[in-house]
Write a protein that binds this ligand. Structure first.
Ligand code: 1CP
Length: 334
């Protein structure tokens, strides 16, 4: 078993594996080159030749312990026949969600639309065979997908209050989303994913009184489903207020923390393996700061099962040589 799965399952305290959210992406010139020739982002995510290539680009440069398939959380709404587009310098734009049409979609049709993702996963699984690397599949958490599907753009752009008013619509849609998240997880696992990460990027938008209903309950269903497939689940509930309570209620195998979390406090409060936390902006600073901050994290988690990662995705302005430095510092200090 590879080191990342090992730290999760055996809770190995001495190995500190490393991978980065958005490790394949715009900070790499080789990605930008492919992207410039492939304007349609969804089509790119369905390209079975380019997806494995892009996924492996960061592993060619850096000594990461895991590959995360190059895809997007919005492939689920796409599979449910919602229009999904990515506008340059703006982000995703989704079409009107038609509940009736989507709830009547054949599961086989959904799988067929997303088959290229699963084929890319199989190809990656074959290419990584014999190498000590984990292969991470992922999904958006039910809440974060609900936000994009009803808001139809990033909630950075607008308030989300309006769509939360129609509660009956939301309940049905959440159930539908959970059903398809499970299918998407199962197909990725069947194709060779060894870990599933659940991205709840907008968990921080939920008010305290609604956390149980929109975050804990639906995510727990997804986590239990993943664990039922004998696959570890990493949860990333970005900007959630109470991480210890989340861990207790949702019971993921690993909790991935954002960069606002107090690492000393959480190291004491949480028993399960922790992932992440380094502010991605540190990679925009200088070597000295990077070494200092990285060593501090390694020190805090010295006697704990910990997976090195950032508190959110790699920023596009990041210089690849800083990522290389980070990996070396992590390797040399354990
Ligand atoms: O070239 C481009 O403009 C495309 C940028 C891009 C990339 C590289 C998007 C559009 N998605 C991706 C890939 C992606 N998305 C990965 C690849 C695997 C990796 O290397 O990590 C992953 C894991 C995601 C997951 C994802 N998509 C999330 C969760 C993680 C996070 O960043 O919070 C979210 C919220 C999305 C939606 C999305 N897709 C793309 C963008 C720019 C966004 C965010 C939009 C917003 O700010 O609301």
């Amino acid at each position: 078993m590879d080191s990342l799965n090992k730290v999760i399952i055996n809770k190995d305290k001495n190995v500190k594996p490393i991978w980065l959210m958005r490790q394949a992406g715009r900070y790499l010139p080789e990605f930008r080159e492919i992207r410039s020739k492939n304007q349609n982002f969804i089509e790119l995510c369905l390209n079975t030749k380019l997806v494995p290539e892009i996924t492996l680009q960061p592993l060619k440069r850096f000594d990461f312990d895991a590959a995360i398939i190059f895809s997007d959380i919005l492939m689920i709404p796409y599979g449910l026949n919602q229009r999904v587009e990515f506008k340059k310098n703006y982000g995703p734009i989704l079409g009107e969600f038609n509940y009736f049409e989507s709830s009547n979609i054949e599961k086989e049709l959904f799988k067929k639309k997303l088959k290229p993702v699963y084929d890319s996963m199989s190809s990656l699984s074959n290419q990584l065979k014999g190498k000590k690397k984990s292969l991470i599949g992922f999904v958006g958490a039910p809440w974060t997908l609900l936000v994009y599907m009803l808001n139809r753009k990033s909630p950075k752009k607008t308030s989300i209050e309006n769509f939360l008013l129609d509660k009956s619509k939301i309940d049905n849609l959440l159930e539908l989303i959970i059903e398809y998240i499970k299918i998407h997880i199962e197909e990725q696992v069947k194709s060779g994913a060894t870990i599933i990460q659940i991205f709840d990027s907008w968990a921080g938008l939920v008010k305290d009184k609604d956390v149980e209903k929109y975050i804990y309950e639906p995510t727990k269903k997804v986590v239990q489903f993943t664990q039922g497939l004998k696959i570890p689940a990493i949860c990333f509930p970005r900007e959630i207020k109470d991480y210890p309570k989340y861990v207790k209620t949702v019971s993921p195998d690993v909790i991935s923390i954002d960069y606002n979390v107090n690492i000393r406090k959480i190291a004491e409060e949480v028993e399960i393996p922790i992932q992440g936390g380094l502010d991605p902006k540190i990679l925009l600073s200088n070597s000295e700061t990077l070494i200092k901050e990285t060593k501090e994290i390694l020190n805090v988690f010295k006697n704990k099962p910990y997976i090195f990662n950032l508190g959110h995705g790699v920023l596009p302005e990041t210089e690849p040589k800083m990522v290389d430095k980070l990996v070396k510092v992590v390797r040399d200090n354990q």
